[in-house]
Design a protein around this ligand. Structure first.
Ligand code: AN0
Ligand code: CP
Length: 313
């Protein structure tokens, strides 16, 4: 791989999954691979899991790791040919080229504006870094995707599934703030390439971009979706159609024990951070079928597989 921004093709995913499992089983076999290489992670937005798991993945490979909160630095210009007499102090052409002098791999976290849909969906920030960096770029969650999360999610489903082709349900759940579509977009993008029966459920007005959804099955009836499910993946997102809007805070979409009882003893998943008793009831996230911590653990092994693969070129 040259960069890690979106879901790879099916064969690549199968190869990466096998690699992640091998790394998780014997991480010590990979210790020398990144010696004298440097990982630079730029965070334009906050992070707990992505930052620590990706740093740990780099350290596990023997890399030097530098993380930077990039949200209070020079404002970067992305427009080609801009006359830079405004707020922006430097262009991404220099910024990406300069970081490439210090890094063997660059990681970027950059959330969407949730204001200008076209601009967000063009992935201005991460695309510009890919274009102007001379080293591989890894998405740490961009405007429309979170591939390291989805890779860890798939690894987790592989580990916990009880049948060859489990029923996996992505369920919208309420949240007080407007959140990106990146996690659900990526989850759908990866699950469509995996051996699962995917069902997406959300209230009216919350459909995801058809570029991600393709022909994935959608229902606005959450109870119907939960029937016989093996995995419930909860996530809030703001509206794609009425871009960035919160159209519902309906508490009847919260994942409760009563809802989970409709499933086939489904495992509960969430990428975290999660709002307890808004997205999911305590009884579910604290219950025996909650696998959110195992899921967060897998962020390290997924990231390590990706970094290893990028270092190998
Ligand atoms: C972010 C989101 O929904 O994209 C990050 C999740 C990994 N969530 C929040 O900002 C709460
Ligand atoms: N799941 C996830 O990406 O969490 P952070 O925002 O804490 O990195």
């Amino acid at each position: 791989m040259k960069s890690f921004i979106a879901a790879p093709e099916v064969n690549e995913i199968i190869r990466l999954l096998a690699l992640a499992k091998d790394i998780k089983g014997s991480p010590e076999n990979y210790r020398q691979f990144g010696v004298n290489k440097t990982l630079v992670l730029l965070f334009f937005n906050p992070s707990l899991r992505t930052r620590l798991s990706t740093e740990k993945a780099g350290l596990n490979l023997g890399m030097q790791v530098i993380s930077m909160n990039a949200d209070n630095g020079w404002k970067i210009e992305f427009e080609e040919g801009a006359i830079m007499d405004g707020d922006s102090a430097e262009h991404v052409k220099e910024a990406a080229a300069v970081v490439s002098q210090y890094a063997s791999i660059i990681g970027i976290r950059s959330f969407p504006s949730l204001v200008q849909r076209d601009k967000d969906y063009q992935e201005e920030v991460i695309s510009a870094f890919v274009k102007y960096a001379s080293v591989p770029v890894v998405s740490l969650e961009s405007a429309t995707r979170h591939p390291l999360q989805s890779f860890a999610d798939l690894l987790t489903i592989e580990e916990f599934k009880q049948k060859d082709r489990p029923k996996v349900v992505l369920s919208w759940a309420p949240h007080p703030r407007a959140l990106p579509q990146a996690v659900p977009n990526s989850f759908v993008e990866w699950m469509r390439r995996a051996n699962v029966d995917l069902v997406v459920t959300h209230p009216k007005g919350y459909h995801l971009s058809t570029d991600f959804m393709g022909d994935a099955y959608v229902t606005t009836n959450q109870n119907e979706a939960f029937d016989g499910a093996d995995f419930i993946y909860a996530k809030n997102w703001s509206s794609f159609e009425n871009y960035g809007a919160i159209l519902s805070k309906d508490p009847s979409w919260t994942i409760t024990a009563e809802k989970m009882a409709l499933t086939s003893k489904a495992k509960f998943m969430h990428c975290l951070p999660v709002r307890r008793n808004v997205i999911v009831a305590d009884e579910v996230i604290d219950g025996p079928d909650s696998i959110v911590i195992a899921q967060a653990n897998n962020r390290t092994w997924a990231a390590q597989a990706v970094l290893y693969d990028l270092l190998k070129g």
